[in-house]
Design a protein around this ligand. Structure first.
Ligand SMILES: [Fe+2]
Length: 170
């Protein structure tokens, strides 16, 4: 449901064209809400911004080691909810409770080390994930629409229905 309709309760202080708010238990009780992204990697959608081009999600990684190398053309904000991770290109470690700002123009490679059973991080991603190989050549990308398509496919397969994802679209 992207826009408010007449039967939806709306405080008088809210403009009629304002889209609906999203209030969601970020950590889902239903395992099916996690969308597989790669072996041992899942994302949990929270908000798909189809106007600015971006999305908010939780990323969950279990015992995965080195993940794909990628470039961001636009800023990314992260908040670590559980576990820890780092980028091969940096000497810092993002630990539970850390806020991370990933500046536009940076290429980096996510690593979850052996001693971390599971990491979960909230990410607010603008633009897209631009995947590159070790020579910086593009191997693929994900934008808000690609993420939406992944969700629709998964939610159809697990019985939640393709429209389950609609609640996160603005
Ligand atoms: Fe990144």
């Amino acid at each position: 449901m992207r826009a408010r309709s007449a039967d939806q309760q709306r405080p008088a202080s809210t403009h009629p064209l304002s889209p609906m708010e999203i209030v969601e238990k970020a950590m889902p009780d239903d395992e099916r809400v996690w969308v597989p992204q790669a072996p041992n990697v899942w994302f949990r959608p929270l908000m798909f911004n189809t106007l600015n081009g971006g999305w908010c999600n939780l990323l969950r990684v279990r015992k995965s080691g080195v993940l794909s190398r990628h470039l961001h053309p636009a800023p990314v904000h992260g908040f670590v909810l559980k576990g820890q991770w780092r980028y091969l290109e940096h000497d810092w470690v993002a630990t539970e409770g850390s806020y991370v700002f990933e500046p536009p123009g940076e290429t980096h490679t996510l690593v979850v080390d052996e001693d971390c059973e599971e990491m979960i991080t909230f990410f607010n991603i603008s633009g897209c994930m631009y995947y590159v190989d070790e020579h910086g050549r593009c191997t693929g990308f994900e934008d808000v629409f690609a993420k939406l398509d992944m969700c629709r496919k998964h939610y159809t397969e697990v019985g939640l229905g393709s429209d389950y994802v609609d609640q996160f679209i603005r």
